[in-house]
Design a protein around this ligand. Structure first.
Ligand SMILES: Cc1cc2nc3c(=O)[nH]c(=O)nc-3n(C[C@H](O)[C@H](O)[C@H](O)COP(=O)(O)O)c2cc1C
Length: 370
């Protein structure tokens, strides 16, 4: 396990270990998308991670279509996030905020009946969740045809990412991760299945990455590059995504990150079948061909596969998602060889403190790994 406990310089940060916490949407903020006290406990408990990457957090109301997911577009949200970052720092941790716009998978009910925004008018096959009035139960609705964004829509979205970065800084986050994965807005631009544009934002992989370049520039106007990362999933089909040449997307994002000197690229590429299908052709090597900085990898790792991956220099750090749900002290448990608790996935996206901030550490008295 030693490889996971080698310190890592990640941009402007020094991480004490290479066991990072993946962004996990948990749906515990207010209905107004303002964080609350539950997030203070939940994130502080997980401060032993080399780096916490927050749950996806909305940069613009028009890009928010998830019941009780948090946002970062208002002063009220900034104020509500402050005690969260302070609590993580008080326990010696580090936390980035994941900047999010859902694009075409926002249901109209979240945005006053309007059509959601996307690079092209390509409807996602599938259903999103909306609260059914007067009930706690969540009901499913099919996705609708999005509006192909015009230049004004693009400029507004880009500016929202920049404002989100500034707000994240003001809320005390150590940096931000640009969410360009999992079929949300930036990924919709990056990949050929959802980007049918014939202007400068469509066509070649380079053109499809133009939106990401503009978002990166807007974020870098607010934060130094050592405090900015980007997350991608070029081979994932989640949210009805597809691409003719995922390797080109990976290499192109690597070029964006290399030019901008970003702190890291975070690649979702599973090493085991299960929660996500295995890619037909992995793209980690394509990313490495154009990007010389730290690569974080995520996807169905456990302590052993993660340690081996880092020892083999296939990635610089491992990002764990589901294991952090029930193991707030995951790094401690891995270091000490303690058993891992199993999460209750029925409470992954809904609930209060139950199934969220009530998973105990293995040993209340133990010190966090440094
Ligand atoms: C409950 C849950 C919520 C998630 N929310 C996000 C999210 O907000 N942003 C994101 O980029 N990925 C999200 N993901 C994906 C995870 O970050 C990660 O890629 C996935 O769980 C695979 O990693 P694992 O095998 O270590 O769990 C979520 C996954 C789960 C299970």
């Amino acid at each position: 396990m030693d490889a996971l406990f080698e310190p890592l310089t990640l941009g402007d940060l020094e991480l004490p270990n290479r066991i990072l916490m993946a962004p996990l949407t948990r749906g515990r903020s207010e209905e107004s998308h303002v964080p609350n006290d539950l997030q203070i406990d939940y994130y502080a408990q997980r401060a032993g991670a080399g780096l916490i990457i927050s749950e996806a957090t909305g940069v613009h109301p028009k890009g928010m279509g998830w019941y009780r997911a948090p946002g970062i577009w208002s002063n009220e949200m900034v104020a509500a996030w402050k005690p969260v970052t302070e609590a993580v720092h008080a326990r010696g941790g580090r936390v980035f905020l994941q900047l999010w716009h859902m694009g075409r998978v926002v249901l109209p009910t979240y945005i006053g009946g309007e059509a959601p925004l996307a690079p092209s008018a390509v409807t996602a096959d599938g259903e999103g969740f909306v609260p059914v009035e007067g009930q706690v139960e969540l009901g499913a609705r099919p996705y609708v045809e999005p509006k192909a964004m015009d230049q004004a829509d693009i400029d507004e979205a880009v500016a929202a990412y920049g404002r989100g970065a500034a707000n994240a800084r003001d809320a005390g986050f150590d940096g931000v991760e640009i969410h360009a994965a999992n079929g949300y807005l930036i990924d919709q631009f990056l990949r050929s299945g959802t980007n049918r544009r014939t202007d400068d934002y469509g066509g070649s992989a380079k053109n499809r990455a133009r939106f990401l370049r503009e978002v990166t520039d807007a974020v870098l106007a607010e934060l130094p590059p050592g405090r900015v990362g980007v997350r991608i999933s070029p081979t994932s089909s989640f949210n009805d995504m597809s691409d003719e040449a995922p390797a080109e997307v990976a290499a192109e994002v690597g070029r964006v990150a290399e030019q901008a000197k970003l702190a890291y690229v975070h690649l979702i590429e599973p090493v085991e079948e299960g929660f996500m299908p295995m890619p037909d052709e992995p793209v980690a090597g394509d990313l490495r061909s154009s990007y010389s900085g730290p690569i974080l990898q995520n996807g169905a790792f456990d302590a052993e596969t993660g340690a081996k991956h880092v020892a083999d220099k296939a990635a610089d750090a491992i990002v764990f998602g589901r294991p952090f749900i029930a193991n707030p002290d995951l790094a401690y448990r891995i270091r000490e060889g303690k058993p891992l608790a199993e999460p209750n996935m029925e409470l992954a996206y809904v609930g209060g403190a139950n199934g969220y901030s009530d998973y105990p550490p293995y040993d209340e008295q133990a010190e966090l790994p440094r």
